[in-house]
Design a protein around this ligand. Structure first.
Ligand SMILES: [Zn+2]
Length: 467
């Protein structure tokens, strides 16, 4: 729109001022073409150049205690709405003026005043479009550097095949891609239903056990570490020892000011590429917080794919010595794997319930928002949750498809594939399943009444998002 001001030849050298924005747009286009065409370029960029922005821009955003990205989104929406409105006014006035001047030429002092007034409006509009154009150019550059290029990198497993292998004590010794680890063999493997079920049962057992092991107060509420954020940064940095892209500086996460609005979108967290801030929903059940923050940290470090951010968030949490983080990690993948299992068995409730059940305590805590938090969100909602959720889903889907993720938001579920690779051949899964089989079944969790069955079914196929 700012190009409207371009009138070549009107004054000597007038076109020169378009050299800079023109050059910047050529750069944006070239970088995006390179990103779509060359993984090697994107990988090089993310390893060698992208950390510069994390260390400077993201660090500078730490000066502000609130989420600058959120304010940028609001400012962007207001500026765009104003630009659309001004375009309409400007266009209508121009047409009206043309028609009137043709029919009835105006003259005299009154006409002069009107003419000056019109010129003033015109100047204001032009000035606005120039400023808007510059902001738009800035956003295109920042989004290209902080989001569009990283979106086309090699996958997590292509880069760090070592992450495919889970062992009880951490990464398998000597199994890195550089040392000849045949990642490709693992990636092309197809898994049987039995393997999926074994992994699902393992995740359920781990989650159930951790729910009992985490420290709680006298009311049964989980006690969280005092400096949760600092400890989560340490978890990510630990993972950075094996996965170099995750090493280095992490800013403190920020609470979303409009957490109620984000709750309506079922959003647990948000990484804003244009402000390089990691944000989380302050209203959600706190057990979601560790895995959500680590998920967003993965995006900050250039892992844009949702399933990879899910996997990194999971790994950072379960490798922590803090049981609360471990519990959050297993909970973060529970719904994905449980849903896949349920679909794979043809949604057969009898088969579903014949397997290890999600414990009542886990079911109670495997939630996005507590009931009273939801009620507050609904009471303060300006637009209905249904509409907000639908629009948000559509925007997320579109944004992901435009960035080359063909299955859009379904890609979150691909974390199940990454988990199957990770635990492929893991003795820990085997040992855990054998250990639990040796324990006599608890009648409380195995013989489900009809009402319990319904509540079990309600916990599956419900997923919230973390962008
Ligand atoms: Zn995400």
């Amino acid at each position: 729109m700012w190009r409207k001001d371009f009138q070549p030849g009107r004054r000597p050298g007038g076109g020169k001022r378009y050299l800079l924005p023109g050059g910047l747009w050529i750069l944006v286009v070239v970088l995006n073409i390179l990103a779509w065409k060359s993984k090697a370029f994107c990988d090089f960029y993310v390893i060698h150049i992208y950390p510069l922005w994390v260390n400077t821009y993201s660090r500078a955003m730490g000066i502000f205690s609130f989420s600058v990205g959120e304010m940028m989104v609001i400012a962007g929406a207001v500026l765009t709405a104003a630009a659309i409105l001004l375009s309409a006014v400007y266009g209508a006035a121009w047409i009206f003026e043309k028609q009137r001047d043709t029919l009835r030429p105006i003259g005299g002092a009154k006409a002069d005043w009107k003419h000056k007034n019109r010129n003033g409006i015109r100047k204001f509009c032009k000035g606005y479009f120039v400023v808007y154009g510059w902001i738009f150019t800035g956003v295109a550059i920042v989004m290209t550097l902080n989001c569009f290029i990283p979106y086309h990198c090699s996958t997590l497993e292509e880069k760090y095949g070592i992450l495919c292998r889970g062992t009880e004590g951490g990464f398998a010794e000597g199994s890195s891609a550089e040392e000849g680890f045949a990642v490709i063999d693992l990636l092309s493997r197809e898994y049987t239903l039995e393997e999926l079920i074994r992994l699902r049962d393992y995740v359920v057992i781990k989650t159930n056990e951790l729910a009992e092991l985490v420290e709680r107060d006298e009311n049964g509420n989980i006690i969280y570490p005092e400096d949760m954020e600092g400890e989560l940064i340490a978890c990510m940095q630990d993972l950075g020892g094996e996965c170099g892209q995750l090493a280095g500086y992490y800013p403190r996460p920020k609470q979303l000011t409009f957490s109620g609005f984000f709750s309506q979108q079922k959003m647990k967290g948000y990484f804003f590429p244009f402000s390089m801030e990691v944000n989380y929903n302050k209203l959600m059940h706190e057990i979601n917080r560790p895995a959500t923050i680590c998920h967003e940290y993965a995006h900050l470090k250039g892992f844009m794919y949702e399933e990879e951010a899910n996997m990194i968030g999971f790994l950072a949490c379960i490798r922590s010595s803090d049981l609360t983080f471990q519990y959050s990690g297993y909970l973060s993948v529970l719904n994905y794997i449980d849903n896949e299992f349920y679909k794979a068995i043809g949604k057969n409730k009898e088969i579903y319930l014949s397997h290890v059940n999600i414990s009542p305590r886990v079911r109670k805590e495997n939630i996005f928002l507590e009931k009273d938090a939801w009620e507050k969100v609904e009471a303060r909602a300006v637009i209905s949750t249904e509409v907000v959720d639908k629009v948000s889903d559509k925007l997320s889907e579109t944004s992901m498809v435009l960035n080359g993720v063909e299955d859009g938001t379904l890609s979150y579920t691909r974390v199940v594939g990454l988990l199957l690779h990770y635990y492929d051949g893991s003795p820990e899964v085997e040992e855990t399943l054998l250990r639990v089989q040796a324990i006599p079944a608890d009648p409380e969790t195995t013989s489900e009444t009809p009402s319990k069955i319904t509540s079990v079914m309600n916990t599956i196929e419900v997923q919230e998002n973390t962008y």
